[in-house]
Design a protein around this ligand. Structure first.
Ligand SMILES: [Fe+2]
Length: 125
């Protein structure tokens, strides 16, 4: 999927809220804790990425994107969200590199790390 600032921002908002919903719906305490950290950090990433993206665009505001529909909780759905998140991070990294938005490339790498850390933590019970 071709990224745009609108798609990037709404994807981050969607992932944050989906992680929050899974945090509330899981019955595993370890997963509850892992997803708590994930949604809280995704909120920070959504903010930082939006602000720096607008800065790189000379202050141009980001239009309104479309939020993804929330998924019903299952362990598979959680794992898929984390896998998709890592793939999105890499797409963002490449997109930012093409535009020479260097710090956005940087943050996209950290976002990838957040999903890697989450994938590891989800192996704990
Ligand atoms: Fe909570």
């Amino acid at each position: 999927m071709e990224l745009t600032p609108e798609i990037i921002q709404s994807k981050l908002f969607s992932m944050r809220t989906q992680a929050h919903k899974f945090h509330l719906d899981t019955r595993s305490y370890a997963e509850h804790q892992t997803l708590s950290e994930l949604y809280s950090k995704l909120g920070d990433f959504a903010d930082e990425i939006s602000e720096k993206l607008m800065g790189y665009q000379g202050g141009k505001r980001i239009g309104v994107g479309k939020l993804d529909e929330l998924k019903v909780y299952s362990q598979d759905a959680v794992n898929k969200m984390v896998k998709d998140g890592a793939e999105f991070s890499y797409s963002l990294y490449e997109w930012a590199g093409n535009k020479k938005y260097c710090d956005l490339e940087n943050i996209a790498q950290s976002l990838s790390g957040l999903f890697a850390e989450t994938a590891y933590q989800l192996t704990l019970s």
